[in-house]
Design a protein. Structure first.
Length: 293
């Protein structure tokens, strides 16, 4: 008989690959290990990319996407879902249909990856059809986590990326348009002091601040944060607590970067801490560091 109390929660991660291991599903798996959850990775696009940019994207067929997701759902007790890259409208539609049996009861976190940190667009044509399918999926999400540039694209340029005041307006507009909570990430703002993220949900807006870590632009931070949030939701945390815990763990990872060589920046590599009883623990919250206001 299985000891359900000590079972590792399963998070289904859907997205693209990165052959250098810096971002995408590789980052998801590392984040899952740090948060002590099991990641079930489903690639919906094979991406040829490196520090110089994106060279080629090969989307999976809707049939293959559906078959992979069904294979996971028929076998494992999925406690949360995280979705990253969805390069075409057909991919978004296939994912939505395949997840129908478990949504919206199962927490879903969507990181709407539209471009690569190294350069190049991963969703070459975020068309009206793509946005229509994305909206249908986002309506069932526990959270979407765009950065300010992705937010501008999802709002069709109605609110171009700007300062912190614009961020708060963007978060509210995204919440109204896609009818789901939004964590808008402000790491791209040119502020040397701190990074601001805005969580907009039915409870209103919550501002999170964190000190800006003086390291090279890392790869996989967005993937990592969204997966960490999904992992904490899988463990039963509320949305605000899951976001705060995920940001604290990511910040610790940013402060302990390990270089891997090569031409580009290193990936985010999170610490996995063992408590005295052998269970993985995450950093305790510090209001000064997370900037929760």
């Amino acid at each position: 008989m299985r000891d359900h109390e000590h079972m590792r929660p399963v998070v289904l991660c859907i997205g693209g690959t990165d052959p250098t291991g810096r971002a995408g599903l590789a980052a998801d798996i590392r984040a899952g290990e740090a948060a002590d959850v099991h990641i079930a990775p489903v690639p919906v696009a094979i991406v040829a990319q490196n520090a110089k940019g994106v060279q080629h994207i090969e989307p999976s067929s809707p049939m293959l996407i559906t078959a992979q997701i069904r294979a996971v759902l028929e076998d494992l007790p999925v406690r949360a879902v995280k979705i990253g890259l969805m390069p075409t409208a057909q991919v978004v539609e296939a994912i939505t249909r395949a997840l129908t049996p478990i949504l919206p009861e199962t927490p879903l976190v969507i990181d709407p990856v539209l471009g690569a940190s190294s350069g190049g667009r991963l969703v070459p044509s975020a068309s009206r059809e793509w946005r229509r399918h994305f909206r249908a999926l986002a309506n069932q999400a526990a959270l979407i986590t765009p950065n300010i540039l992705e937010a501008s694209a999802l709002l069709v340029g109605e609110l171009p990326a700007g300062g912190r005041r614009i961020m708060r307006l963007q978060a509210e507009a995204l919440f109204e348009r896609y009818q789901c909570p939004v964590l808008l990430k402000g790491g791209h703002l040119p502020d040397d002091r701190s990074v601001m993220d805005v969580l907009h949900s039915q409870e209103g807006q919550q501002i999170f601040l964190a000190p800006r870590v003086p390291v090279r632009d890392l790869r996989g931070t967005g993937c990592t944060l969204a997966t960490l949030i999904a992992a904490h939701l899988a463990r039963g945390l509320g949305l605000m607590e899951a976001v705060a815990q995920a940001r604290a763990l990511l910040l610790e990872g940013l402060r302990n970067v390990v270089d891997i060589g090569g031409e580009g920046p290193p990936p985010v590599r999170l610490p996995v801490k063992d408590s005295p009883d052998g269970e993985t623990t995450t950093p305790s919250l510090n209001r000064e560091e997370t900037g929760e206001l």
